[in-house]
Design a protein around this ligand. Sequence first.
Ligand code: SAJ
Length: 417
Amino acid sequence: MKKICIIGLGYIGLPTAAMFASKGHSVVGVDINKNVIDELNKGNIVIEEPFLGDIVKNCVKNGNLIGSLNPVEADVFIICVPTPINKDKTADMHFVENAAKSIVSYIKKGDIVILESTSPPKTTENLIVPIMRQTGLAIGDELLIAHSPERVIPGKIIYELENNDRVVGGVNETSALAVKRLYECFVKGNIYTTDSTTAEMCKLMENTYRDVNIALANELAKISESLGINAWDVIELSNKHPRVNIHQPGPGVGGHCIAVDPWFIVEKAPSLSNIINICRNTNDSMPGHVVELIKMISGNIKGEKVLVLGITYKPDVDDMRESPIVHIESNLRDEGVEVIIADPHVDKYAKNAENIYDAAKDCIVTILAVHHKEFENIDFKQLKNNMKLPNLLDTRNFYNKEEVEALGMNYYLLGSS
Ligand code: SAJ
């Protein structure tokens, strides 16, 4: 059993720490946020993620997982800190750089350093390795280094950590194989080894693949609106083809991954990343497009009230990072609209979600922005009675047009005439 020090206890670091601890490793989780550490040491988690709470509670109880504000000596160091995006769309690597520097003095001969944070190609080679040289150890021999990106989806993190295949890219083969052996304690999927830059690029391309395909669906949505057809029907019927999988249009792409990672490729090869660049911009245009749809529905919106159902970046999670709905909100406010948000997963907006009919009072449009399951059974009759104008804009094809209209509301669907 190894001693593992994990730097960064966010959406990926904490579940990863919990998985290693649940397999008997002795894990110290490090974070700069005192609240995260205090709660962890009481056995609590501060994010919403199925099954994570129970695993953490058990591991803290049996002493395999402890929280700390500072790194400690260990056999393995895993860097799981965020890689946000700068205003100029380049990667902000200062968390990774600080994390790497913070562990240097705790590293000994024979240790392993793993970068999990999603990073631009060549980060392991050009940022991590030079910092690790300060240990004086021979890289790839006395100190093994690899990039091991996660591929899990919030809401299903525990299941996917165990069951997804994984790519491990080492600075040399010895590093890659050592890290593969380590993850094998909880990963049931295949673990493929390669070099670190290939592994970095795999992670970025997986999310870019999705971004590009969502952009295609969003472009289809706009085209369908102009042609007077229904994009959702086009997608459903096209996807009957055995080799076609058109993604879903919507109000934009959020989350810390898909809306960000493609830029890390553009940063390294700007003149070669044409498709990636255009698709990123297409998806970023969707919040503005939703606001245009609202204007088309109700003419004047200045001084009016609009109800927005859902603020998170996708359904059934509490995560608001890069949420396109936040942009819809600010665009509407810029237009002089009073925006009421209801979201059962976000404390600040949970009260409105408890009684969306009160929240809808005097609104001219209700926008279904995030299809949380709590919004499935809305009483449209009651909603209509409270609204100033009975308009529903569905950005997710979540409701049934006939049913909604039978209850007296006007139903508008993004991607349809
Ligand atoms: N979305 C659409 N249309 C679609 C699918 C998604 O508009 O057809 C939107 C969602 O509403 C959301 C955004 O895209 O705003 C992203 O959501 P998502 O569920 O597709 O992905 P994430 O960001 O939660 O997680 C992704 C995953 N990557 C892939 O599926 C290729 C996950 O496996 C990665 O681990 C994660 O990014 C990450 O950490 O990189």
